[in-house]
Design a protein around this ligand. Structure first.
Ligand SMILES: [Zn+2]
Length: 404
């Protein structure tokens, strides 16, 4: 797969390589659009004529286009440049244990259709057939979206290094299930799959909306039914030898802790997942793989936040305890990876005003360097759909990373 590497921008200042300057122009237009040729030349420290040649080439290839004219204090008004997302689209799928979400986007991740959601088929063959049928229907219903560049899949589970096979998805009960090849065969389209939390981390790197990505190493922690993680170091997803780097949910909190779905005891997710928080509230031990007690199946972390705000001390204690464990785990992440920024997503972020103090206190308790306790934490709200953004970025990102 082609590389995402925002550091190429820095490299380009030290080289005259035309290919790298091309990629830099694309990256700058993506993050600063609309921008003029003169603006590009200024940021890149290149002569206008050199930028003009690259721009002309990218326009001929249909990757960028001219838009309206900008303001100028004197002389001719500059024509502003945009990425050309017209006539091309992507499909993004967020596959969770219970439901799958699907949306059609342009190549910068903007949604072109409302989200659709349907139960996830647990049988792999049925899953592939069902998802392929729904993607075909979605595309057939929107012929004006243009040609589809591919399907991006954010998958709840661990993937092999090639990203084609689900090695283990405990909640779906899948082991060694090939997904992208049968899906691609059924659809006649490229299919790119990524672990959901790694996809979320990628989406922050390849910010597909107006937000300009901030440089630096980042960690993404997603807290929901389980806890997932993704790490970006040096502009690339950290995978490790077995593509399991970033599986923070199974960090050890206590060897005597409750049994986890992974077979071990006392994993972090047994203390901070939504079910852990809800179990704490109703005073029940949290046992994965058992049917949910009736009082938990209707309750959500959002409900708990509402109750905590209205003075329910038990609810406030439950979310505060989760927040403390969240902070303790984040301290371990900061001590081992020392990232520039940590993104946290999941329902607990809807109660961030209630829990941030306890998260910070938990971090301060365990970080080795005082300044590390102040590592920036960026909350990603559930309605931002980070997993779908990540899935869209799997297709849209490489489409604008020049390797032609
Ligand atoms: Zn575990």
């Amino acid at each position: 797969m082609r590389r995402f590497d925002t550091r190429e921008i820095r490299v380009a200042r030290r080289t005259t390589s035309r290919a790298i300057n091309r990629q830099t122009v694309l990256e700058l237009i993506r993050t600063h659009q609309p921008i003029s040729r003169a603006g590009l030349a200024r940021v890149m420290g290149l002569h206008r004529s050199a930028v003009g040649l690259i721009v002309a080439e990218l326009m001929t290839e249909g990757l960028i286009r001219e838009g309206r004219t900008g303001e100028a204090s004197r002389g001719r008004k500059p024509t502003l440049l945009h990425l050309d997302t017209r006539g091309r689209c992507a499909v993004a799928a967020d596959v969770r244990a219970t439901r799958t979400l699907l949306v059609l986007t342009d190549l910068t991740g903007h949604e072109l259709t409302p989200l659709s959601s349907f139960p996830t088929e647990c049988d792999p063959d049925a899953f592939v057939a069902d998802l392929a049928r729904r993607v075909r229907e979605l595309l057939a219903g929107h012929p004006d979206a243009g040609s589809c560049e591919g399907l991006g899949v954010a998958m709840s589970g661990m993937l092999d290094r090639t990203g084609t096979t689900v090695v283990h998805a405990p909640a779906l009960g899948w082991r060694d299930v090939p997904i992208t090849e049968p899906l691609s065969h059924a659809l006649g389209l490229p299919v790119v799959m990524e672990n959901a939390a790694k996809a979320c981390a990628l989406a922050q790197l390849w910010a597909t909306r107006k937000d300009v990505p901030t440089p630096g190493d980042i960690v993404f922690v997603s807290v929901s039914d389980g806890v997932g993680g993704g790490v970006i170091v040096g502009g690339e997803v950290l995978r490790g030898r077995h593509n399991v780097a970033g599986e923070f949910g199974h960090m050890l909190i206590s060897i005597d802790g409750p049994p986890c779905a992974c077979g071990a005891n006392g994993c972090w997710e047994m203390y901070v997942s939504n079910l852990a928080t809800l179990s704490r509230y109703v005073g029940r031990p949290y046992l994965p793989r058992r049917p949910l007690p009736a009082e938990l199946s209707q309750l959500t972390v959002d409900d708990l936040a509402v109750r905590a705000r209205s003075g329910d001390v038990k609810a406030l204690t439950a979310v505060h305890t989760t927040a403390r464990y969240l902070g303790l785990g984040l301290a371990t992440i900061v001590n081992t990876l020392d990232p520039d920024r940590v993104y946290v997503s999941g329902e607990i972020t809807n109660a961030w005003d209630l829990v941030e103090g306890a998260v910070r206190a938990g971090m301060s308790e365990r970080t080795l360097v005082a300044a590390a306790a102040d590592t920036e934490i960026v909350v990603v709200q559930p309605d931002e759909h980070p997993r779908l953004r990540g899935a869209a970025a799997l297709v849209g990102g490489p489409a604008f990373v020049s390797s032609r």
